[in-house]
Write a protein that binds this ligand. Structure first.
Ligand SMILES: [Zn+2]
Length: 130
């Protein structure tokens, strides 16, 4: 199974949004395709793992509002760089994705961090009960 198939719903949409932003960023900065660029692949893999393990799971707030701060500092810096560069360029190639992202930034952050609610937890629990 391809790794990105582990994600679904909101988490998958968020991953696809990041992927689209990395593609724009990589083309401009590395003169490459994200799928062929080692640096960008590494970042995407990392972002994927963070999404899979996000304790909020399907009720995840957008990362810039999230109180958990799960990214390592250098990955966080990279994420910010990619988003600052690609965010404003998303509207033309990916209008629906961009608008959805703006709306989800207005969704309030849940008051408490849920327990065993991450995509990974749910997948593991499902396996244990099967
Ligand atoms: Zn790249």
């Amino acid at each position: 199974m391809a790794e990105h198939e582990l994600l679904s719903g909101k988490l998958l949409r968020e991953y696809n949004t990041i992927l689209a932003m990395v593609e724009i960023y990589c083309k401009a900065h590395h003169q490459s395709k994200a799928s062929e660029c080692q640096e960008c692949q590494e970042f995407l893999e990392y972002a994927h793992t963070r999404l899979d393990r996000c304790p909020y799971g399907q009720i995840k707030p957008t990362c810039n509002k999230c109180p958990v701060h799960c990214y390592k500092p250098h990955m966080k810096a990279k994420a910010r760089e990619i988003m600052v560069f690609s965010g404003p360029k998303m509207l033309l190639p990916h209008p629906i994705m961009a608008i959805r992202h703006l709306f989800s930034e207005r969704t309030p952050v849940p008051e408490t961090v849920p327990v065993e609610f991450s995509n990974r937890h749910i997948r593991k629990n499902r396996k244990n009960h099967a």
